[in-house]
Write a protein that binds this ligand. Structure first.
Ligand SMILES: Nc1nc2c(ncn2[C@@H]2O[C@H](COP(=O)(O)OP(=O)(O)OP(=O)(O)O)[C@@H](O)[C@H]2O)c(=O)[nH]1
Ligand SMILES: [Mg+2]
Length: 417
């Protein structure tokens, strides 16, 4: 009996001890919380508004690293990159006007109270710098119709505008004639106007006719078929035969990553790279697919993509110095450019002699210099040899362009990247 009482007391003591432990643990937690809260409040008071410490736990606050977007292959890019589109645009029709009469108890001749219909919606082509190609442009757009008018002089609601987002450098053509050249971010072109809303019978109320029943339907919206063409807007354009090393050169001098391979026509779409200078000036360089002899007769990939260098202020002719008679490449390139647009080859330009690391290129360079009067810049896109000279020359061309732009008050500016 005595031992049983002892055991009972021991159990009670143990329970009390556990209770005390548990209470002190909860108390400590509350203290920590209060302390944190107090310190947070103090920090808020000190910094007034700005929080200068991280409240998230250190594990969550660890840098997660930039998730790099996977590069699209040239084949996939071709599917995504569309540089011309034909679109049919139908603006919204206006809403019908209503033909109704006011009705109220004990009011015999309430009079006409049919409201007008709302106007149909316009369709506007608008430049959005986030959009990079015309792939998202649908073949047909139909604007919203205006709402019909109602009784009690209720007017129908005007329809909203439909916007077609297009990239910078989109040229709008109708039957081959340019109707708009959209080169600034946010620039708009009202392509089709919506029809006006019809008139309700209230509109026709006059002294001669006190109870008109006439109401007109809304007008039909405008209809147009337009061609949209994208012209990449860069300062410099790389022009050369396939495999001359244009894409390799763009990789060597800029941040762009076009595909490079040892077979011709690797590049199927234009790529734009930015060459950055220490004074924060940026020069955009476009790499376009290779041109071959007879391209103007649609050989190779043709010359349709030359529209992308139409806007380039200066050209870089890239020649493969490992092949004999490189000056012939230059002649053919110039001929093809002039076939596309007379005088295009005479834009300010530089001749880039690429693949100078290969045997025989030194001899070819000497021969090239004998055949051409312009400055020749020998480089190797693969090893990076002399690319600085090219970058500096690019800057000289750019500065020259800026001077001419100031003089001509810059009508058709390439994009400021
Ligand atoms: N040795 C050497 N090889 C080069 C040099 N530049 C380019 N190449 C190689 O030439 C091949 C073609 O290079 P690309 O840059 O794809 O040529 P491209 O002019 O863009 O060709 P297309 O896109 O087909 O018009 C690749 O195998 C490159 O590695 C160079 O300076 N030296
Ligand atoms: Mg290429």
């Amino acid at each position: 009996m005595h031992s049983f009482a002892m055991l009972n007391t021991f159990a009670k003591v143990q329970k009390q001890r556990w209770l005390v432990q548990e209470m002190s643990r909860i108390f400590a937690q509350v203290c920590v919380k209060n302390e944190l809260k107090a310190s947070w409040l103090a920090a808020q008071r000190v910094t007034n508004v700005i929080r200068n410490f991280a409240t998230s736990c250190p594990v969550c606050a660890q840098p997660r690293g930039i998730t790099k977007k996977k590069e699209l292959s040239e084949k996939k890019l071709t599917r995504h990159f569309v540089d011309h589109r034909k679109v049919k645009l139908l603006a919204g029709a206006g809403g019908k006007g209503a033909s109704t009469f006011h009705s109220e108890p004990r009011k015999e001749w309430g009079g006409p109270d049919g409201g007008n219909g709302g106007d149909g919606g316009n369709i506007i082509i608008k430049v959005n710098r986030q959009v990079k190609s015309l792939a998202q442009v649908a073949p047909v757009y139909k604007g919203e119709d205006g709402e019909s008018g109602g009784s009690k002089n209720c007017y129908g609601r005007n329809a909203g505008t439909t916007y077609i987002p297009v990239p910078m450098g989109t040229v709008v053509k109708e039957q081959g004639e340019t109707v708009a050249d959209l080169s600034q971010n946010g620039q708009e072109y009202v392509a089709v106007f919506g029809g006006a809303g019809g008139k309700g019978n209230r509109f026709f109320l006059s002294n001669e006719n006190r109870a008109p029943t006439t109401a007109t339907p809304g007008e039909r919206g405008q209809e147009r078929v337009l061609q949209l063409e994208l012209r990449t807007m860069a300062h410099a354009g790389l022009v050369g035969f396939p495999n001359a090393g244009k894409s390799s050169l763009l990789r060597a001098i800029s941040n762009a990553r076009p595909a490079v391979a040892a077979y011709p026509f690797t590049t199927l779409n234009p790529h734009v790279g930015i060459v950055k200078y220490r004074d924060h000036e940026q020069v955009a360089v476009a790499d376009i697919p290779g041109i071959i002899r007879g391209a103007h007769l649609n050989r190779g990939l043709g010359v349709s993509f030359l529209r992308h260098i139409e806007r380039c202020r200066f050209l870089l002719y890239v020649l493969d110095m490992s092949s004999p008679e490189p000056w012939m490449q230059l002649q053919y390139l110039r001929y093809e450019l002039d076939q596309y647009e007379p005088g295009l080859s005479h834009r300010p330009h530089a001749i880039v002699a690429n693949k100078m690391d290969l045997p025989g290129s030194g001899v070819n360079l000497k021969a090239l210099r004998d055949h051409v009067e312009q400055r020749v810049i020998p480089v190797s896109a693969l090893t990076g040899l002399n690319t600085e000279e090219l970058i500096l020359h690019l800057r000289e061309l750019y500065d020259g362009y800026l001077v001419t732009q100031v003089l001509s008050s810059g009508e058709d500016k390439p994009t400021k990247w």
